[in-house]
Write a protein that binds this ligand. Structure first.
Ligand SMILES: Nc1ncnc2c1ncn2[C@@H]1O[C@H](COP(=O)(O)OP(=O)(O)OP(=O)(O)O)[C@@H](O)[C@H]1O
Ligand SMILES: [Mg+2]
Length: 257
């Protein structure tokens, strides 16, 4: 069983007016077998947290730690983090012109598995994963994400998840922009990934609709760069009903006192 522990994490971003603190002390522990839904207002720092864990160079971690089974993730390079079992599905997946989807997936699988998958086996594996996600085979020869629709990009993030099977997956708004059928296909993909019972998921989302397909064990409300409250699935229902006012007001009152 694996554990991802985020302890008092502070991070800032460089802006034209100097550095600006976005993460103001994040504490969160995700264990394998757990699904954590992560909700919070726009601009609260959810994607920043995802990037800081993944090692995006734009975000400067000023203090705190991220431990994967006790190992300091912040001291690892980006590819070491991936090989250690961390995966990030980005809110806005990047286009990589000139690199075919099939080459990209094979290189990623080779790097994370430590050896190149056997060709015959690999072809079958990719075909199956694409068919499960209702992705047409013609996408294999297209450049990574180039010209893909928003929903197609999101499906391909889950295709990577399916093939790479990381220990921990951070899924940043994988449900945004999906039509109802695609939401079901993508949710089924995430559920297939977690069914082995030894994976941990941090599911960043704005909508409870995905939580009808994927049952979270915990729900966290993220406000102004930190976890303001944690609870069970009922917390997501409260947010849907009443919004974030209760949490943002509490933060403002705390800041003034
Ligand atoms: N390069 C940058 N320069 C200035 N501000 C930045 C930069 N990068 C991030 N920020 C700010 O950091 C804050 C947190 O952004 P982040 O993308 O993490 O929010 P989020 O919670 O993911 O929001 P959303 O729900 O809209 O995706 C925002 O106010 C954003 O404008
Ligand atoms: Mg975001």
């Amino acid at each position: 069983m694996a554990t991802l522990e985020i302890k008092d994490l502070h991070a800032e971003v460089e802006t034209e007016e100097g550095s600006k603190e976005i993460l103001t002390g994040v504490n969160l522990t995700v264990r394998s077998g757990e699904i954590h839904a992560f909700m919070g207002p726009n601009g609260s720092g959810k994607s920043t947290l995802a990037y800081a864990i993944a090692g995006h160079p734009k975000y400067n971690v000023t203090s705190g730690s991220v431990l994967l089974d006790g190992e300091e993730v912040l001291e690892m390079s980006v590819d070491e983090r991936a090989r250690a079992g961390l995966f990030l599905a980005m809110q806005y997946p990047v286009e990589v012109p000139g690199v075919s989807m099939s080459n990209f997936l094979r290189s990623a699988a080779t790097a994370t598995r430590g050896e190149a998958p056997q060709v015959r086996h690999w072809v079958k594996e990719v075909k199956q994963a694409m068919s499960d996600l209702e992705i047409d085979e013609s996408f294999s020869e297209r450049s990574v994400n180039e010209g893909f629709s928003g929903g197609e990009k999101k499906r391909h993030e889950i295709l990577q998840l399916d093939l790479l099977k990381p220990k921990f997956a951070i899924l940043d708004e994988t449900d945004s922009g999906l039509d109802v059928d695609a939401l079901r296909v993508v949710s089924d993909g995430i559920n297939r990934y977690t069914e082995s019972g030894d994976k941990g998921v941090l599911l960043i989302t704005h909508y409870t609709r995905i939580l009808k397909h994927i049952k979270p064990d915990y729900v966290h409300v993220f406000v102004k760069g930190q976890v303001a409250e944690s609870g069970g699935p009922e917390l997501a229902d409260e947010l849907e009903e009443s919004g974030y006012v209760r949490f943002t007001e509490k933060k403002e009152a705390a800041a003034q006192s």
